[in-house]
Write a protein that binds this ligand. Structure first.
Ligand code: PLP
Length: 389
């Protein structure tokens, strides 16, 4: 069978993630890898999950509910918990404004399905989260820079206000306010992705974009922002639990999309997550923040110590990533090959995160997985490959 002529037009834009391909090469124990943007598995609350699972399955009434089909909106107590969590970031909303998704990656896919007609323009930062580009590519989106919000007719703007993947940078309160005003003035909805918001190591938490928009408009149902969140970075990504918080007209459509897609997220997993987060979320996230903060500090100190003056980098207040800019003549993809072969160090070349593949002299390093000494050694080895001027 000649399959390619049977595939839909949208498949033309769907490519394998360069990062996933890269991760396959990195299972070598001799490589110090800064590549994967994944949480440290040693920090997963496995024992608490085992106990929660036991509690649910050993109670006949809860077990019956956990193993049965359920509503597409998601498990009500978990939706209520998320509404309260959003309340702590300044948003007044109810469980009716929340839909549970299979990770926030599915949230991005659903939003692509809801809003994007082939050829529509989406505004993004550049660089931006590769998974968002992949999700929106499936709906044949075109991209323009967020800075063109006044010039381009866009379907929505995709923004990470806290500790962006890949740059680690955040929007200041003033930048958030400017963005809210500009997007409202040009009737461009904002999709905010808060994947890393629980991982703040310094500074005051700032209000989410949806909180600011709701305050400005007089309530969430009049706001022009849709907010995505996830338990992947705070609890465990394999549970695949994320959410969308949005004005009710948007939620109603998302529920229809969810019904047609996979009916609902696993009832058991939702009950498990509710049991866990209602007991340990604050204590657990405070514990993992302490670990990641030390690792971030170690990486920043090592960059300061070893990198030549020709290299600059971001100083994130949270999340998992530091973003490096190399001298303009250096191609990070070529550097990666040398780094793996001769220095046994890995990172992600930055071009993958640009809609137009620019930024060849940039790279992303995750600090989440390496203990401080190992991170310092990896940075030292990498710095040795970069010319001094
Ligand atoms: C910015 C951002 N958004 C969304 C996701 C998707 O995460 P998940 O589907 O596990 O919630 C990630 C994962 O790395 C991410 O970095």
């Amino acid at each position: 069978m000649e399959w390619s002529s049977h595939f839909s037009a949208r498949m033309a834009r769907m490519r394998a993630s360069e990062i996933r391909e890269l991760l396959k090469l990195l299972d070598r124990p001799d490589v110090i890898s800064f590549a994967g943007g994944i949480p440290d598995p040693a920090l997963f609350p496995a024992e608490e999950l085992a106990a929660a699972s036991q509690r649910i399955l050993s109670d006949p009434a809860r077990a019956r509910a956990a193993l049965q089909y359920s509503v597409s909106e998601g498990y009500l107590p978990l939706r209520q918990w998320i509404a309260d969590y959003m309340g702590r970031r300044g948003l007044s909303c109810t469980a009716d404004h929340v839909v549970i998704t299979n990770g926030s990656q599915q949230a991005l896919d659903f939003l692509g399905k809801l809003f994007i007609t082939p050829g529509d323009t989406i505004l993004t930062a550049s660089p931006t989260y590769l998974g968002a580009l992949q999700a929106f590519n499936a709906y044949e989106a075109d991209y323009a820079s967020l800075s063109e919000i006044a010039q381009v007719k866009a379907k929505f703007a995709y923004v990470m206000p806290d500790f962006e993947n890949p740059t680690g940078t955040s929007l200041t309160l003033a930048e958030r306010e400017v963005l809210i005003e500009a997007s409202a003035a040009h009737s461009v909805p904002l999709v905010e992705d808060n994947a890393y918001d629980a991982l703040r190591y310094d500074g005051e938490a700032l209000p989410s974009l949806i909180a600011l928009a709701a305050q400005r408009a007089g309530g969430i149902d009049r706001a022009h922002v849709i907010s995505c969140g996830t338990f992947s970075k705070s609890i465990a990504p394999a549970l695949r639990l994320g959410w969308i918080v949005a004005p009710r007209p948007v939620i109603e459509k998302l529920v229809l999309i969810n019904q047609a897609s996979d009916l609902h997220v696993s009832t058991f997993t939702q009950m498990l997550m509710y049991d866990i987060v209602s007991r340990i979320f604050d204590a657990h996230t405070s514990k993992i923040r302490e670990v990641y903060k030390k690792r971030r500090d170690a990486m920043l100190a090592a960059l300061e110590k070893y990198m030549p003056d020709s290299v600059s980098w971001t100083r994130p207040e949270g999340g998992m990533f530091v973003w490096l800019t190399l001298p303009s003549g250096i191609d990070a993809a070529v550097l990666l090959q040398r780094a793996i072969e001769s220095a046994h160090v890995a990172f992600v070349p930055g071009a993958a995160f640009y809609p137009d593949r620019a930024g060849r002299n940039t790279l992303r390093m995750s600090f989440a997985l390496n203990e401080p000494d190992r991170a310092a050694e990896g940075v030292r080895r990498l710095a040795g490959l970069i010319p001094k001027s």
